[in-house]
Design a protein around this ligand. Structure first.
Ligand SMILES: Cc1ncc(COP(=O)(O)O)c(C=O)c1O
Length: 470
């Protein structure tokens, strides 16, 4: 990732620090305040702090106070001073690169140094996440006396998730919620609990490739049904289910990855009823449900229309992928079977992260506004930029999600990705998302979750690569 040079003006820092509480020593307030801004991702690694002289003038403090605060930051590893070039923020141990969405299974590429990763469709952590960790740490002593095994999840968190479903129109009890290590783990666990090896599983194509591969590795025989930029073909789904022989279906009605389409309530109800009518187990992956960018869509969780559906959720997109948490919301009759399978995979999720997620769900309940606003801006910018710079591409603007699903005028997606790779721009070709092992070379997924600066760097590389292969 390119190092971005940033200078933090004294006035801006003063605004971010807020007011000093009376009882705190001035230098402690200043160094602790800056440390908190770093911990919460508001001041980034490499940022140049204002000069001591500027800060003295801005804050009306003595030079000794500011010097001592900067010295304390340096001693704790949060800043470094270079002769003649001022004081720069450091993250102790250095900034850790990477941490992007795992590349789709089968595309095992590593990011070249200085490269831009457009295989990634996840936001960075919301502002203030570190303070949730701090508060969760305060709650940890209540759990330390026990063994720390909560195979179904912490009771408080299961309750928070159940209340969230109930609030969204799907009455749910905490006993129906099983906390997992993410949605992918949830889909894999649920599928193993309800599917015999060799069962046929229907999925829309394109789809989220890691879930498809996971189902396949469990022995599922995948059957693909096309989904286009206009969204799920409900009549096609009804017809495919009615033909019989299907054991389960993977459903992504919420800002489908990668097409970004959203299914309305009428479509959800028809789809859910068709699953029940044909005795097919629906596994609904709601990972992207909270990623609406324009208006909150008036849709219900699909299981509202058929209690027997299994719903899988995730903290990764709504809050942070680093929490590594998701959940399964199961019909009561299936909770035991799912839990038995789960106990063969792992014995529960980390307590601290569950405490963090519990606080996030109860206090934020969804994507925070700055993240939503920034995603909306990036989506609008990228959509408009592609429209002017690659007008021959057909690109719908999704109401949510994290990527644009681009229709190329020629089946050159794999060639384009290989070409872009030479300029250190890494992308996933459309075929990565195909359920039936072929096709979709007319399509490219371009995520807009990176910040505007990086998207701005990526676009000319993408345009150049396309012009070279088109
Ligand atoms: C549809 C879908 N399901 C599941 C996942 C994986 O989620 P998690 O990080 O919770 O395992 C993703 C991540 O991109 C996704 O888009």
């Amino acid at each position: 990732m390119p190092v971005i040079q940033r200078h933090l003006p004294a006035r801006r820092l003063s605004g971010m620090l807020g007011k000093r509480a009376g009882e705190q020593r001035a230098y402690t307030w200043l160094s602790e305040g800056i440390r908190q801004l770093v911990a919460n991702g508001r001041v980034l690694h490499g940022t140049m702090l204002p000069s001591e002289r500027e800060l003295v003038a801005e804050l009306g403090m003595s030079r000794t106070t500011v010097t001592r605060a900067y010295q304390e930051l340096r001693e704790r590893g949060f800043a470094e001073a270079r002769q003649g070039s001022g004081t720069r923020i450091r993250i102790p141990g250095g900034e850790i690169g990477g941490g992007t969405e795992p590349l789709a299974v089968g595309v095992q590429e590593t990011l070249p140094p200085g490269g831009i990763d457009l295989t990634c469709g996840a936001p960075t952590a919301p502002l203030g996440l570190a303070s949730y960790y701090e508060r969760a740490l305060d709650q940890l002593p209540g759990y330390i006396g026990g063994m720390g095994y909560y195979p179904m999840g912490l009771p408080v968190l299961r309750e928070a998730i159940a209340e969230d479903y109930t609030r969204r129109g799907l009455p749910t009890g905490p006993e129906q919620v099983i906390v997992t290590a993410g949605a992918l783990s949830g889909v894999a666990t649920a599928a193993r609990a309800v599917l015999a090896r060799g069962a046929r599983v229907l999925a829309e194509s394109p789809s989220y490739p890691n879930s498809v591969t996971s189902l396949r590795q469990h022995g599922a025989r995948m059957t693909a049904l096309p989904i286009g930029p206009e969204g799920s073909d409900v009549a096609g789904i009804e017809a495919a289910l009615a033909r019989g022989g299907i054991g389960a279906m993977l459903c992504l009605p919420d800002f489908h990855n990668p097409t970004g389409t959203l299914l309305d309530n009428e479509g959800r109800e028809r789809w859910a009823r068709a699953l029940v009518r044909n005795g097919v187990q629906g596994i609904v992956d709601e990972t992207n449900a909270e990623l609406w960018l324009d208006e909150r869509p008036p849709v219900f969780p699909m299981a509202k229309y058929a209690e027997g559906l299994i719903t899988v959720g995730s903290a990764s997109k709504t809050y942070w992928g680093g929490l590594r948490l998701g959940w399964i919301r199961a019909p009561r009759a299936l909770v035991g079977a799912i839990n038995q399978v789960r106990a063969t995979v792992d014995l529960g999720a980390p307590v601290l992260e569950q405490l963090v997620l519990n606080l996030l769900i109860r206090e934020r309940s969804g994507l925070d506004e700055p993240t939503r606003a920034s995603l909306r801006k990036s989506r609008d910018w990228l959509h408009a930029a592609l429209g002017t710079q690659l007008p021959e591409w057909k690109v719908a603007k999704p109401g949510g999600g994290m990527s644009l699903w681009c229709n190329l005028p020629a089946p050159r997606s794999m060639a384009l990705v290989a070409q872009a790779r030479k300029a250190s721009l890494v992308l996933s070709p459309g075929s990565t998302f195909a359920v039936d092992d072929h096709g979709l070379d007319h399509w490219l997924r371009v995520p807009y979750a990176l910040d505007r600066e990086q998207l701005g760097q990526a676009l000319p590389l993408l345009v150049r690569a396309w012009n070279a292969v088109a």
